[in-house]
Design a protein around this ligand. Structure first.
Ligand code: ADP
Length: 275
């Protein structure tokens, strides 16, 4: 079970004065059992790549294959059905309010399964389960999503995707704008979702999170792959060859400096502190 990105390029507004090459020849394989993080400076192409993983965007060239089903460049008059891919790959946008549009949390959570054709008799169970999975109780069902706090909105957005039991959860900067407590609580939630078998793909510029959680890290720089490997491999690479906008967590920098002096120092980012 994996998402395979092959030689993916994306150009916004091609053949116009606004033409922007956001991704150029990016390839990677994302295992369902992994936590994969995309890091890179603002504008490096992280969000664009994330939106290709469930066919919100289509490749200008190259392909994305989700458990064998291909997303290819768009052709005129083609008929496509990406519903199964969108169920498998849940995408949480950076600003969850962009994803919430119903008047109650209950309706919000029922939207995707209803769209998916789940019988009405099962929807109550699915919404209750999804709400519990994000640690919100039933009292939230009748609340208006727009009246919730930033952290609660994020939870409802995640729950609305969990109703379809995705195999992969792609999150674009989910901790942006949250305070230290909100960030820790959200990470705890993602850790649990991951432990229970959902692949996590995280777009983040919070390198502490990326280095403490990931199995694989992709570094993007101006739309190109500037590194792909385990946290250790990427930390060593960034230490030797810095990429603009990416500063390694202090503990890792210290360990790398000690290693340079021939001392043994574990190259770990303290996940406990973030738990
Ligand atoms: P990141 O998530 O790393 O900040 P993005 O994927 O948002 O990077 O952006 C990559 C490049 O594509 C940037 O140059 C950005 O300005 C451009 N871009 C992103 N979205 C759009 C869009 N909808 N229309 C035109 N250009 C865009």
């Amino acid at each position: 079970m994996s998402i395979v990105v092959e030689n993916l390029s994306h150009i916004y507004h091609e053949n116009t004065a606004l033409q922007t090459a956001a991704l150029e020849g990016v390839s990677l394989s994302i295992e369902r059992s992994h936590w994969t993080s995309f890091i890179g400076h603002t504008g490096s192409g992280k969000s664009t790549l994330a939106q290709h993983l469930n066919a919100i965007l289509r490749p200008t060239s190259g392909s994305v294959t989700v458990d064998g089903a291909a997303i290819l460049p768009e052709k005129k008059r083609e008929k496509t059905d990406f519903r199964e891919i969108r169920r498998k790959v849940g995408l949480i946008f950076q600003y969850p309010e962009q994803q919430l549009f119903e008047e109650t949390v209950r309706e919000e959570l029922a939207f995707a399964p209803r769209n998916w054709g789940v019988p009405e008799s099962r929807i109550g169970d699915l919404t209750a389960k999804a709400l519990r999975a994000v640690d919100l109780d039933d009292s939230y069902l009748e609340r208006n999503p727009f009246g919730l706090s930033g952290g609660e909105k994020r939870r409802v957005a995640i729950a609305s995707v969990l109703t379809c039991a995705p195999d992969y959860l792609v999150l674009d900067e989910p901790t942006a704008g949250l305070d230290e407590r909100g960030r820790a609580a959200l990470l705890k939630l993602l850790d649990r979702i991951h432990r229970e078998g959902t692949g996590i793909v995280l777009v983040t510029h919070d390198l502490e999170i990326a280095f403490s959680r990931s199995d694989r890290i992709l570094v993007l720089d101006h739309g190109r792959c500037a590194g792909l490997g385990t946290p250790d491999e990427i930390a060593i690479q960034l230490y030797r060859q810095p990429v603009s906008g990416l500063v390694l967590p202090e503990v890792m920098l210290t360990a790398l400096k000690l290693r340079e002096r021939g001392l043994r120092a574990p190259l770990t980012c303290d996940a406990e502190r973030l738990a």
